[in-house]
Design a protein around this ligand. Structure first.
Ligand code: FAD
Length: 473
């Protein structure tokens, strides 16, 4: 009996990788890609896995950088995107940058040449039909409107964002807690909360005025034509609010009411910046209401003016652009399957990851999960200690829903970063063998990264080994 195919909708970074993984497992796959029949606002060619903007896969340093680690794990997992990236790289220092045309042409050629892969050029305008018992939707940030509408109808009105308003995210251990303090407004205790769920950074009047002026003067990123509708109600960029009047922010996201400075209760702050826990581990905090289209370097400069954030390191900077992504932590199970429609998976940026590499990595996982299911093998998910697992955890469950605004989604797209990984075991030896002299903060931070990446690669190899044994049984 022939194995029925798995259908992949969208032949971008995620869909191409998913299809490759499925075919490599010996299962037939059909890619349905609309380019060739209908274009998007950003793609320029009909090639699969087109890079719509930069040609960089970012750092290739697997020891010290989370995306470099993800590269390494993907190479271990027979990634087509990484193999093609490596084969078509151009000099870029420690980064992996590629010749975009030959990269996409190579991905297209490998897929088209594979005997188990069929590429159909067509737009899929509704959810997959019932006869596609196994399907993956990987239609990306620019999903065609009719399919987006069908997804919205299936998942509920609040479940699909069409516009991405992102606020910066800060590594908690870089916040100065001698200046900032934990407190929820009016000490309100929400479900699962403690009344101390926010980090608060106080400002006096002079600092506040200087900060508002810096926001107004700061360099902004211009909207591109395709970015269409400027803003959604309720997510105005912080600098646009600042331009509406010097007191606007103090009556909006920076209001000081219901907060008492734990370090100096007698002094009332003129304004307060709040940060909300962003992941279950408590290693990342997002700046509440600080969605912005300031240029990245300007964000770093201006947000470090905030007391308590002088030395802040950002896991992600803010931005505003059209995006289509689902509320994955609510809608998907741990194997990227839509809870309401078993057999239908999502992959790539539409799941709420961000970036070429992350999208391809989630495509890789969705492809492996779907193939395992088709072949009747047990589904094994990557350990949380790996970059694969950390990213999957972010998408399928690792975020916090706000206590103060019940029902409000707090899940936002993100690149892979060290804040998503579980902490090291307390006894982990960080000092290299034979290390003499002072082990300074900087040495410790790099040693920690190296320990996290070494653990990840070992656990990833063990996971892939287990999968191979299961395949052989
Ligand atoms: C303007 C812009 C600039 C970006 N710049 C960068 C950057 O510099 N670096 C970076 O890392 N990331 C960047 N990104 C994000 C990047 O696009 C994604 O991370 C990555 O391409 C997502 O991969 P994907 O496979 O999920 O989606 P895509 O690569 O977009 O692939 C989705 C595919 O689905 C197809 N499709 C859509 N709807 C349908 C349908 N109904 N039927 C059939 N096919 C359909 C599309 O034609 C497309 O080929 C940018 C995104 C945008 C929009």
């Amino acid at each position: 009996m022939t194995t029925p195919p798995i259908h992949v909708v969208g032949g971008g970074l995620a869909g191409s990788e998913a299809a490759w993984q499925i075919a490599s497992a010996g299962v037939p796959v059909v890619i349905h890609e609309m380019r060739g029949v209908r274009g998007t606002e950003a793609h320029k060619t009909d090639d699969l896995a087109e890079l719509v903007c930069s040609n960089s896969f970012r750092s290739d340093d697997a020891e010290n950088n989370a995306v470099g680690l993800l590269h390494a794990e993907m190479r271990l997992a027979n990634s087509l995107i990484m193999a093609s990236g490596d084969a078509h790289q151009v000099p870029a220092g420690g980064a992996l940058a590629v010749d975009r045309d030959s990269f996409s042409a190579a991905v297209t050629a490998r897929l088209e040449a594979h005997p188990l892969v069929t590429v159909l050029r067509e737009e899929i305008s509704g959810l997959p039909p019932a006869e596609w018992d196994q399907a993956i939707i990987a239609t990306g940030p620019l999903t065609a409107p009719s399919l987006a509408e069908a997804i919205r109808a299936e998942t509920g009105a609040d479940a699909l964002a069409f516009f991405d308003a992102i606020a910066p995210i800060v590594h908690f251990d870089t916040i100065d807690m001698e200046t900032a303090w934990f407190q929820s407004r009016y000490d309100k205790v929400g479900p699962g909360g403690t009344g101390k769920d926010y980090v608060n950074c106080p400002m006096d009047k002079d600092r506040y005025f200087a900060f508002v002026q810096a926001l107004i003067d700061g360099g902004k990123t211009e909207f591109k034509e395709w970015e269409g509708t400027p803003y959604f109600d309720g997510c105005l960029p912080i600098e646009v609010m600042a331009e509406r009047g010097v007191e606007t922010l103090r009556h909006g996201p920076m209001k000081p009411m219901g907060l008492t400075n734990a370090h100096d209760p007698a002094v009332k702050a003129y304004a307060v910046v709040q940060l909300r826990q962003d992941n279950a581990l408590g290693t990342l905090y997002n700046m509440v209401g600080f969605q912005t289209k300031l240029k990245h370097a300007e964000q770093v400069r201006i947000f470090r003016m905030i007391p308590g954030l002088k030395n802040a390191e950002f896991a992600r900077l803010g931005g505003l652009h059209r995006n289509t992504y689902i509320n994955s932590p609510v809608l998907l199970d741990g194997s990227l399957q839509l809870k309401s429609r078993p057999g239908l998976r999502f992959a790539g940026q539409i799941t709420g990851c961000e970036g070429y590499v992350e999208s391809a990595a989630i495509g890789l996982l969705a492809g492996r999960f779907a193939a395992a299911e088709r072949l009747g093998r047990p589904l094994s998910t990557p350990p949380a200690t790996t970059a694969f697992g950390a990213l999957l955890g972010h998408i399928t469950g690792g975020h916090i829903v706000s206590d103060d605004e019940p029902g409000k989604r707090s899940f936002q797209p993100m690149n892979v970063n060290f804040g998503l990984f579980p902490p090291l075991d307390p006894g982990t030896k960080l000092k290299p063998e034979g290390f003499e002299g002072r082990f300074r903060g900087k040495d410790k931070a790099s040693a920690k990264k190296r320990a996290v990446t070494a653990r990840a690669l070992a656990d990833c190899k063990a996971w892939l080994g287990l999968e191979m044994r299961q395949a052989a049984e």
